[in-house]
Design a protein around this ligand. Structure first.
Ligand code: FES
Length: 76
């Protein structure tokens, strides 16, 4: 196993977002997305579930390579 451990548990991804809930689930209406929207996959965004660019600092500090999921209308 690679990675930090806390007690007998593997390190968690989410350290800030809705910690009082058992599971973080977000719903976004397609109409809200408009032409293009970036969704956070690093769990560090202050605008979660949307990406605010914080992944850049995370990658720099940790050597990770995470980035957002971009949802957009198909180019025609
Ligand atoms: Fe999390 Fe960009 S801030 S993927």
């Amino acid at each position: 196993f690679i990675g930090k451990t806390y007690g007998s548990k593997a390190a968690r991804c989410n350290r800030d977002i809705k910690l009082s809930t058992d599971k973080v689930v977000d719903t976004v209406d397609i109409e809200e997305i408009g032409e293009k929207k970036a969704f956070c996959r690093c769990w560090k965004s202050k605008k979660f579930p949307y990406c605010d660019g914080t992944h850049t600092a995370h990658n720099r500090e940790t050597g990770d390579n995470v980035g957002p999921l971009i949802v957009k209308k198909k180019d025609i």
